[in-house]
Write a protein that binds this ligand. Structure first.
Ligand code: PEP
Ligand code: MG
Length: 318
């Protein structure tokens, strides 16, 4: 039955009783964006811009950056497909596991807790200005609806300052929820930005104080950890109350067992590697919104990841 559902599923995604869920793609470059545009997705939920500059020595000009961004936006231009698709561009998440020659500091004692992501613009505001100029140029050249989000946001003031700069350029601002402080203050963040996107990879790392790359800590770096699920639920609930979109763009979004529980919490979009779209879409089509809500409740009540998975399987009859 599972296999048949997968074969039948063509998108757009919705629960069995017709509640729409946006499925989006995570992309790294123009090539992966072209592939994503052919999949049944409503756009890009995470364009990791830093991946385009990992081996770039000097900072590219806004115009040079605009060319790179336009390469990712172009496949989603209305002329080449359906209307209404959009691309979420994430500003540079340089630092820690993704050092960039022209942006990141050397010799940090603890780079995962150091000057990374949005923090790079605190003492180098031009870096963010030029990136936003490049994004604005690409958005207007391609005509694609472009949302812009910042990584590694810890405070409401950071979100507010970022949102102002994005709005000045006529674009839609949001922030990632990757730090527990952001999840706890989701309600206040949504007073200053238009959307939130939960990065479960880092949110798990920072909630569990366990390096996401540490192979001997995988029992902790698991988004099914109930503490992580509770932070996701707080964030989703804030979105429901504000009437603003809250998505998940970390690995957790690609898990066909977790996806119904996320939707049941109130998550409105799931962004994942293109290859994961069909299994997640097919699964959502098999479950009602009521079942998703029961799955969310069951997962949140579990004391550990194993029982959370078991509880969700049971609720969904899997
Ligand atoms: C995340 O942290 O979940 C995320 C989507 O960002 P990245 O994996 O690029 O750190
Ligand atoms: Mg991250």
């Amino acid at each position: 039955e599972e296999r048949e559902a997968l074969a039948r599923w063509t998108g757009p995604a919705a629960t069995a009783d017709g509640v729409p869920v946006k499925l989006l793609a995570n992309v790294a470059d123009a090539e992966s964006a072209r592939k994503a545009a052919e999949a049944p997705v409503e756009g890009v939920g995470l364009f990791r811009t830093e991946l385009s500059f990992l081996s770039t020595k000097d900072e590219p000009t806004a115009e040079q950056q605009a060319d790179v961004y336009a390469g990712v936006l172009t496949p989603f231009a209305a002329a080449s497909g359906d209307e209404g698709r959009y691309v979420v561009v994430r500003t540079l998440d340089a630092g820690s596991d993704k050092p960039i020659a022209y942006a990141t500091k050397d010799h940090e004692e603890n780079p995962a807790l150091g000057v990374r992501g949005l923090r790079l613009s605190f003492d180098n505001p031009g870096l963010l200005d030029r990136q936003l100029d490049g994004i604005q140029q690409a958005a207007s050249a391609t005509g694609v609806e472009t949302w812009v989000m910042a990584p590694m946001v810890a405070t409401v003031a950071e979100a507010q300052a970022f949102a102002e700069q994005v709005r000045e350029r006529g674009l839609k601002p949001g922030v990632m929820v990757e730090i527990p402080s952001a999840a706890i203050l989701a309600h206040q963040l949504l007073e200053v930005v238009d959307f939130l996107s939960i990065g479960t990879n880092d949110l798990t790392q920072y909630t569990m104080a366990a390096d996401r790359m540490a192979t001997d800590l995988t029992h902790l770096t698991d988004a099914w950890q109930p503490a992580v699920l509770h932070l996701i639920a707080i964030t989703a609930e804030a979105g429901k109350q504000a009437g603003k979109p809250v998505g998940v763009c970390g690995e957790a979004a690609a898990d066909p067992l977790l996806a119904p529980a996320l939707v049941g919490m109130g998550i409105t979009s799931l962004s994942m590697a293109t290859a994961a779209v069909r299994p997640v879409g097919a699964r959502l089509g098999q479950v009602t919104m009521d079942a998703c809500e029961d799955a969310a409740e069951a997962a949140l009540a579990a004391p550990d990841p194993t029982s959370a998975r078991e509880a969700v399987r049971k609720v969904l009859g899997l």
